[in-house]
Design a protein. Structure first.
Length: 241
């Protein structure tokens, strides 16, 4: 479900992973993690590097095949998110990054199942696209049905039996670029679908600039800074003890 190509945006997730791994320090070493919509396995790799026993489930056989490029093929499997949750229990952490609004995902069912499969005190890290007014061609291209406000996520979490432990917007430093892109879309509605999507391979200098910007932002988030706005929203949920 996650992009199988460009990983330039990867550093932006790491602030949230720092939240999660630090909060898991009180768990036994046997605590396990499950990444929903694992793509090519980058999140699983990052978690395992932090000493967390992580596995992933992904709908796309192609993405799972590509996970061999980073040595994660033995830790990913092809399958539906819901099936993976139905056959797993006693999890310390569930990650669900850029997956919840996908057309193949029932957001309420996934959150409710996650709450049942987490151990008491277990965590769920969500990253979702922020601000419905930013919904555009890219969202449709990657099959996202909606974008979220922080209140939307909190309401869904409470209904599932989870509480919000931390939250922060992300991609704040690139927010102006996203706004400009949405404005351009409205001026040029006839663009080809592939040209409308921001999910493309960028030239190396642009990749380097994006990576540097997002790494700086991830450090801020990882050190507990809650960013006030951005094109994505990070939320750390907790199952009550």
């Amino acid at each position: 479900m996650r992009s199988a190509g460009n990983e330039s945006w990867g550093p932006g997730r790491r602030g949230g992973l720092r939240w999660s791994s630090a909060s898991m320090s009180s768990f036994a070493v046997t605590a396990t993690a499950l990444d929903l919509g694992a793509g090519c396995g980058y999140v699983v790799r990052d978690l395992r590097r932090r000493g967390i026993d992580a596995e992933g489930v992904e709908l796309s056989p192609y993405a799972v095949e590509r996970s061999a490029d980073i040595g994660m093929e033995s830790h990913l499997r092809v399958g539906r998110l819901q099936d993976a949750l139905d056959t797993t229990s006693d999890l310390g952490l569930i990650t669900c990054l850029d997956v919840l609004p996908h057309r193949e995902v029932d957001e309420r069912e996934v959150l409710a199942s996650a709450a049942r499969r987490l151990r008491p005190g277990g965590l769920m890290l969500l990253r979702v696209p922020a601000y419905q007014r930013l919904y555009g061609h890219h969202d449709r291209y990657v099959h996202q049905l909606r974008r979220y406000g922080s209140g939307d996520v909190e309401q869904l979490a409470v209904q599932a039996g989870l509480r919000v432990a931390r939250r922060s917007f992300a991609n704040m430093l690139l927010f102006g670029i996203v706004l400009a892109a949405r404005a351009l879309e409205r001026l040029r509605p006839s663009l080809d679908a592939r040209d409308r999507s921001s999910n493309r391979i960028w030239p190396a200098p642009v990749n380097a600039a994006l990576r540097s910007t997002l790494q700086a932002e991830a450090r801020l988030i990882g050190h507990g800074v809650a960013l006030p706005f951005g094109s994505s929203l990070l939320v750390l949920l907790e199952r009550s003890l």
